[in-house]
Design a protein around this ligand. Structure first.
Ligand code: GCO
Length: 451
């Protein structure tokens, strides 16, 4: 395939990197910060594969000037980051921490001084523990609690930040946190899951309204993970299975805010959600988005389940001949990215799309100051080629954010999976640019070279 060129994406295309507060900040109890559900989960309340935690992580709380300078030197012009709710409101509601807000204000100023556009996500999974004790997202009051966070954050940063995302991937933190229990807060309950789905939908509307009120002119979006199914066979029952998979994995979280309601017919796991729906809720779920953030990592082959009652089974093909498989066990299929961009554009409801996350973990080796991560470079090159293809077809995708600038804490998988363009030695916090980072620097006209 021909070399990718920055020009192929146009002048108005945003090139960024993304991270989430809990995954990089560390400083878990510094200054006023209260505990989050991820502090509780990693300190024994839940199961992290390698028994690590985010207490220190990559110490972004203290090292952000160095990190942001390197992001810029690699040629990127945007940094997506999230706000730790309990850093700003240690008890979840009520008392606002000036120190917490000051930190994010300094991060924003540093970005702007360097010529990096700050893209802020209000919620990337670290709910204050104090609010979990009151039921968390399963409590309808969470809509107002979240409104308080949004008001405080946008009130302070809204004069300088123009790109806002309300949530990161409800399609991950809701099923994993409230139904399957593998992520914080580790709840396993269909009812609490359904309540949380509905309240997060309402909170999304509340958050978007808060941003518009405090930062008129800002561009408001949210991000979703998309996991498109590949139909395993030609039979109608397999096609039905793929439809059920798509509804459960993707449509449940995306469609209500687009005014399409819950996909009740195709997603039996929502049966009973009506008990949480009141008065004007259906209208309150709808948001007039300026953009949607599309996040894509893998697709599944889906087949009809041989078990009555179950509509589908995802198949792990593990077909190394056809697909590269990442250290997370995820099949690499770049065509899935252009597929989801087409699907989201096909809704006809959102003017701008951004790939707000895409990337891969591989078993990297740091040898003599270099990490030759050829598979990661190939991953980015091939996914970017699909973005370019979607653009040529007329899909309005205006930017791409790598997951992630540096290695970081990968939730229940711990520190072991390395997703970065930059390697982090967790003993010394030393950063080493990987070959994929040099590749981006060359593509984007950055100044970082292997020397
Ligand atoms: C998610 C989150 C990120 C992850 C990344 C890699 O998509 O799960 O937004 O926090 O770290 O996706 O799994």
């Amino acid at each position: 395939m021909t070399e990718l060129r920055r020009e192929d994406f146009g002048d108005d295309f945003t090139w960024g990197v993304a991270h989430a507060a809990y995954q990089v900040e560390g400083a878990w109890d510094a200054d006023d910060k209260g505990p989050s559900i991820w502090d509780t989960f990693t300190h024994g309340g839940g199961r992290v594969f390698d028994k690590t935690n985010g207490d220190v992580a990559t110490d972004f709380y203290h090292r952000y000037p160095e990190d942001l300078a390197l992001v810029r030197a690699m040629g990127f012009d945007a940094q997506r980051f999230s706000i730790s709710w309990p850093r700003v409101l240690p008890d979840g509601v009520g008392r606002v921490s000036t120190k917490g807000l000051d930190f994010y204000s300094r991060v924003v100023d540093t970005c702007l001084e360097l010529g990096i556009e700050p893209w802020v996500t209000l919620y990337h999974w670290d709910l204050p523990e104090a609010l979990h004790r009151r039921g968390g997202w399963a409590n309808r009051d969470s809509v107002e609690w979240f409104g308080e966070l949004a008001d405080a954050v946008v009130g302070r940063l809204g004069d300088r930040v123009t790109r806002w995302m309300v949530f990161n991937e409800p399609g991950t933190f809701l099923p994993f946190g409230y139904l399957l229990g593998g992520h914080a807060p580790g709840v396993r309950s269909l009812r609490r899951f359904q309540a949380a789905v509905h309240h997060v939908g309402l909170a999304q509307g509340r958050g978007a309204a808060a941003i518009r009120a405090a930062a008129p002119g800002a561009s408001v979006g949210t991000t979703h993970i998309f996991t498109p199914p590949d139909v395993a066979g030609d039979r109608p029952r397999h096609r039905r299975a793929a439809r059920a998979f798509d509804a459960a994995m993707n449509r449940v979280y995306v469609e209500p805010s687009l005014g399409l309601g819950y996909p009740m017919d195709d997603a039996p796991l929502l049966r009973g959600i009506e008990r949480y729906v009141r008065g004007s809720d259906e209208a309150d779920l709808v948001v007039d988005w300026d953009f949607l953030g599309v996040q894509y990592y893998q697709r599944f082959a889906v087949a009809a389940a041989p078990v009555p009652g179950l509509r589908f089974v995802p198949l792990f093909r593990k077909d190394h001949k056809r697909f590269d498989i990442t250290a997370m066990g995820w099949e690499v299929d770049p065509t899935g990215l252009s597929d989801v961009l087409r699907t989201v554009h096909g809704y006809g409801k959102v003017p701008e799309l951004f790939v707000t996350e895409n990337g891969a973990a591989y078993p990297d080796h740091l040898v003599d100051g270099r990490v030759h991560d050829v598979r990661r470079t190939a991953y980015y090159r091939d996914h970017l080629a699909e973005v370019a293809r979607a653009r040529r077809e007329g899909v309005p995708v205006h930017g791409y954010f790598c997951w992630s600038y540096c290695d970081n804490f990968e939730w229940a998988a711990g520190l072991r999976p390395r997703f970065g363009l930059v390697h982090v030695d967790y003993e010394t916090q030393r950063r080493t640019v990987k070959d994929s980072g040099y590749w981006f620097s060359r593509l984007l006209g950055g100044t970082v070279t292997p020397g």
